[in-house]
Design a protein around this ligand. Structure first.
Ligand SMILES: Nc1nc2c(ncn2[C@@H]2O[C@H](COP(=O)(O)OP(=O)(O)O)[C@@H](O)[C@H]2O)c(=O)[nH]1
Ligand SMILES: [Mg+2]
Length: 361
């Protein structure tokens, strides 16, 4: 027997070669095996994913980070759990490598100090947009090196979870201004924070009003309609769009409920379980971020948001042709988001060349 066609040993990283086809499948080449190859490569490389939480202080951002880390999926040994979450005073990133069924995920969560606490909230978005652009700049500086790393470390923010205060009214002008800027730079998933302070009817009415605000102010949150790739995407994403912003509750303490250990908030009237869909929509947020849309969030970050930044920076740096592949891009500070013209807002690079003009449904 040809040694190349022998079944691989269990520790081999190569997929088995497709079986010899039966007579009726003579035209069969075995292209589908490429999927196995991709899977094995991806498992070897692992995945990187970066999330940021943004919103006014006291809305439960740091608690939500712990909720995500502590929930069943992300059993972790974060130091300090169980003690009250200290106030976040500066941007800070925590990285964890999570492994499940042989798949490694390097997850970085960036927690931000609350904004909007000042009397004058002018440009309170600057530090956050500055951080996001800085990560694009880092990636760009690595990418343009002549001898670049085979794998460029990716610190770019793939998703920003924006916490809306549970006022029950509508988006505040500050949220609208912030979201308008943020959505042009990064994927944004808004959530209704501390949703346990609203009744089910209030949550629903608030959600509808926020959706209306987003539409009237042309704020495109994730998943953006124009990037649905096919009918299946449209069906799934339109269901998600219906439910966004998710009404979430955060908690970092475990309680015993009917013999089960659950993450939740203990009140006089009972336990609010964060993973129970009857209590809040935290599971929808976690599923979107990890189970269903992780790769898509990364793709849009790379193909749209980073691409906008890259085009903007290359244009700004007067790219001069000096032989094949030469790019004269002086390393410099990331464009300051303080000057509105410095951020690539107005450009929109579409992922695919397909015509999306028929996206209404
Ligand atoms: N009722 C309620 N309280 C919450 C929730 N999430 C966090 N908290 C509490 O709100 C306070 C501020 O939370 P923290 O996570 O520090 O807010 P941050 O300033 O946005 O990071 C803490 O006492 C939390 O226990 C929630 O979903 N509902
Ligand atoms: Mg905090």
């Amino acid at each position: 027997m040809d040694p190349l066609r022998q079944p691989p040993s269990p520790c081999s990283s190569r997929p088995s070669s497709p079986r010899t086809p039966s007579c009726e499948m003579l035209g069969y080449v075995g292209i589908e095996a490429v999927l196995d190859q991709l899977k094995i490569k991806a498992m070897k490389m692992g995945f990187e994913f970066n999330i940021m939480v943004v919103g006014q202080s006291g809305l439960g951002k740091s608690t939500m980070v712990n909720t995500l880390f502590k929930s069943k999926m992300w059993k972790s040994t974060l130091p300090g759990l169980g003690v009250p979450t200290p106030k976040t005073l500066q941007l800070q990133s925590v990285t964890h490598v999570i492994e499940e069924k042989g798949v490694k995920l390097k997850l970085t969560v960036t927690d931000t100090p609350g904004f909007g606490d000042q009397i004058n909230n002018d440009k309170c978005w600057d530090p956050i947009l500055g951080y996001i652009n800085e990560q694009y700049e880092r990636y760009l500086q690595e990418e343009i090196l002549i001898t670049r790393q085979r794998h460029i470390p990716d610190t770019r923010v793939h998703c920003c979870v924006y916490f809306v205060p549970p006022t029950g009214h509508c988006l505040r002008p500050l949220d609208i201004e912030f979201l308008q800027r943020l959505c042009q730079t990064v994927n944004v998933v808004p959530v209704i924070a501390r949703a346990d302070s609203l009744t089910i009817e209030e949550r629903e009415a608030f959600r509808r009003r926020i959706q209306h605000n987003l539409r009237t102010h042309c704020i495109e949150v994730y998943p953006q309609k124009c990037f649905d790739e096919d009918i299946n995407d449209r069906i799934l994403n339109s269901k998600i769009r219906e439910r966004i912003p998710f009404a979430v509750v955060g908690a970092d303490r475990e309680h015993l409920v009917n013999g089960r250990c659950v993450l939740g908030r203990k009140t006089k009237w009972g336990i609010i379980e964060v993973e129970n869909m009857a209590h809040c929509e935290f599971p929808l947020l976690r599923d979107l971020l990890i189970r269903t849309h992780l790769q898509d969030l990364k793709d849009i970050t790379h193909n749209v948001h980073y691409e906008n930044y890259r085009v903007f920076r290359l244009n700004k740096s007067h790219v001069l042709p000096r032989g094949p592949g030469w790019v004269n891009l002086a390393p410099g500070p990331a464009p300051s988001p303080a000057s509105p013209q410095a951020t690539p807002r107005t450009m929109k690079v579409c992922r695919w060349t397909q015509d999306n003009s028929d996206d209404e449904y």
